[in-house]
Unconditional design. Structure first.
Length: 159
């Protein structure tokens, strides 16, 4: 007589296995998001350093007509924050579009009964955009400090 291999799994084991897979996917996606934030922050920082170099004379003129270091600092911080905000808005639009496509594909592949749709709450949108602005502003700190510390005389001579 041959051996029969059978395994009995109850609903709780199945639920634990599914939750474990979901946690793994969430950790993977969080890692991807962290890398994307880091790359975006470095991109904003590089762009702001370039902006400081290209606008050195303008910074000198601002300081010559009475702008304080704090004014220049806030100007560049706000600009980098807006850059982060723009990236966050673009990311929300692209992410929501990809989510719709993914839902359509999964529904078709698994012939899902009923309807599924991605959910985007107002709080999530506002929080994401605020965080994007904050990441951009933080990434712009070093270039903004560099711009604020430029001596007006040297900045005016810069070509």
């Amino acid at each position: 007589m041959g051996e029969r291999n059978a395994q009995i799994t109850d609903f709780e084991d199945l639920t634990r296995n599914i939750q474990s897979v979901i946690r793994g996917v969430q950790a993977f996606l969080a890692g991807i998001a962290g890398i994307a934030l880091l790359v975006g922050g470095v991109g904003v920082m590089n762009t702001m350093y370039t902006a400081v170099l290209e606008r050195t004379r303008e910074i000198g003129i601002l300081k010559a007509v009475g702008a304080k270091d704090s004014h220049v600092l806030l100007l560049f911080l706000f600009e980098s924050g807006l850059m982060g905000l723009g990236g966050g808005a673009l990311g929300l639009v692209v992410g929501f579009g990809v989510a719709w496509i993914a839902v359509a594909i999964v529904s078709r592949v698994f012939q899902a009964q009923g309807s599924f749709s991605p959910v985007l709450s107002f709080g999530l949108v506002v929080g994401s955009l605020f965080f994007s602005f904050l990441v951009g502003a933080v990434a712009g700190i070093f270039p903004a400090v560099r711009a604020a510390r430029l001596p007006p005389v040297d900045a005016l001579r810069y070509e």
